[in-house]
Design a protein around this ligand. Structure first.
Ligand code: ATR
Length: 279
């Protein structure tokens, strides 16, 4: 019987996940289909009950359900538990198991650009949900130094103090981060600043950026945010949000099917959707 997978979110209409996963099901001849389910927060509990009733094979979970779905599942993977958010559900013979592939998706994309990432000095901009997934995954992987800059410094301090993995981190204001930017090899922008439609916004000046650094932004709309554009002008390497998005999807696909998919294919499917040429 054909298996059913889906993404739940509110809103969810613009999700690229259905196109990406359905393309992979076809490519690998998996008898399955993937649909978008618009689920409002007040209906989440009933939706999960319904998914159990119809034996849904797996789920992608997006905003605003990543935390709220956790108590509705049967088991949570330790990294997802530490992050406090689930973006992937696997139906293992009726048991719904929650995982988080956001941070590991980011890490896979980073490994391609910076194979020696473990010894690098990293700066994370932002301290929200996306930053938490990336920070905890980097700390779990044992990255040497990851500092955090955030508008609300207390939120960054909370993130560091609650990280269950060994870490070596300082918390900075945006101003302090701007002044010390030359000491970082990898800078990861995780806030929504610069996202469409507010594309002329940037969290901080890259005046002091080294030309040997990588600036990575998890935003993919636009494909080149203002901070990436300015980093490129300084001669630095840049990476947009397509690698993180496609790798988090690839890791989901692998959990559901056991197949690690063709990343070039996934990236070109997403870029086609976004109307871009490169990532
Ligand atoms: P997500 O789950 O997508 O990471 P979030 O949890 O709402 O979203 O976190 C948003 C992040 O973007 C936070 O780091 C937030 O900074 P604060 O902690 O100070 O709120 C940051 N952010 C969003 N809009 C911002 C803005 N206009 N200026 C500065 N930081 C902003």
């Amino acid at each position: 019987m054909k298996k059913l997978y889906g993404v739940i979110g509110d809103p969810v209409a613009h999700s690229m996940s259905p196109i990406m996963h359905n393309d992979l099901f076809q490519l690998y001849s998996v008898d399955a289909t993937y649909v978008a389910f618009h689920v409002k927060p007040e209906n989440l509990q009933d939706a999960v009950k319904g998914f159990r009733a119809i034996n849904l094979a797996g789920l992608s979970v997006t905003v605003p359900h990543k935390q709220m779905i956790m108590p509705l599942l049967d088991e949570i993977d330790p990294l997802a538990e530490a992050i406090g958010a689930v973006n992937t559900v696997v139906n293992d013979h009726g048991r719904l198991i929650g995982y988080n592939t956001d941070g590991s998706g980011y890490l896979e994309g980073l490994k391609k650009e910076v194979p020696s990432f473990m010894d690098k000095n990293m700066l994370l901009i932002g301290a929200g949900g996306a930053a938490r997934a990336i920070y905890y995954t980097l700390a779990q992987a044992g990255v040497k130094k990851v500092d955090i800059a955030n508008r609300t410094v207390e939120k960054a301090e909370y993130l560091v103090n609650n990280c269950p993995f060994p870490k070596n981190s300082e918390v900075l204001s945006f101003k302090e981060a701007e002044e010390q930017l030359a000491k970082y090899d990898v800078i990861v922008q995780t806030t929504s600043i610069g996202m469409h439609p507010d594309i002329e916004a940037s969290p901080l000046s890259v005046e002091k950026l080294k030309s040997t650094s990588l600036v990575s932004d998890i935003i993919y709309s636009p494909l080149e945010t203002k901070i990436l554009r300015e980093a490129k002008q300084k001669g630095a390497r840049i990476q947009n949000g397509i690698p993180m998005f496609t790798y988090q999807g690839a890791l989901q696909f692998e959990k559901w099917t056991g197949i690690f998919p063709d990343m070039d294919r996934m990236q070109s499917v997403c870029l086609k959707q976004l109307g871009g040429k490169s990532c």
